[in-house]
Design a protein around this ligand. Structure first.
Ligand code: ZN
Length: 164
């Protein structure tokens, strides 16, 4: 299943550097430890997938997204302060994700502040409000396995490794 062009149903390995609008590095994927994704299934932000469509091995792409096209504007109303004692036995550290389940819905928060008495949970995506500047290199392309197509996501370099 060798493929040489990025199109729907290909699994693509990317190395990339992601910076914010001020040039601060937010995230890096190296060629040795690339990001794998299944193209055409909405696994990446749509403008990034669009920029990669038709690219081939070794091609690069630079995609700069406004907050609106990325993870949205930063919403102060999604920040809430809760009592520290609601987290009795848990290690709470700034920056860690925190999942809240209530009434059947799941919300992802990040811990923004911790004091002796309170924890501030932030429901904004960590990249909310940021300009996203992707510098991407296509490190590998292959056809997806039937299982990957069924699941709608990539399963690792050889298509077998399964992580959910
Ligand atoms: Zn799967």
């Amino acid at each position: 299943m060798s493929k040489t062009i990025i199109e729907d149903d290909t699994v693509v390995s990317l190395s990339y550097t992601l910076k914010d609008g001020d040039g601060n590095v937010l995230d890096v994927a190296t060629r040795e430890d690339p990001l794998l994704y299944l193209h055409g299934y909405g696994n990446l932000l749509p403008p990034v997938e669009k920029a990669l469509s038709g690219k081939t091995l070794g091609d690069t792409a630079r995609v700069i997204l406004s907050p609106e096209d990325g993870f949205g504007e930063y919403e102060p109303k999604h920040v809430q302060e809760v009592e520290r004692e609601l987290f009795p036995d848990e290690e709470i550290e700034v920056g860690m994700p925190y999942i809240v389940e209530s009434e059947g819905s799941v919300m992802q928060f990040f811990v923004r502040e911790v004091s002796d008495t309170h924890v501030v949970l932030d429901g904004n995506h960590p990249y909310a409000g940021k300009t996203l500047d992707f510098d991407v290199l296509v490190a590998a392309i292959r056809g997806a396995t039937p299982e990957e197509l069924e699941h709608g996501h990539a399963h690792g370099p050889d298509g077998h490794h399964h992580h959910h």
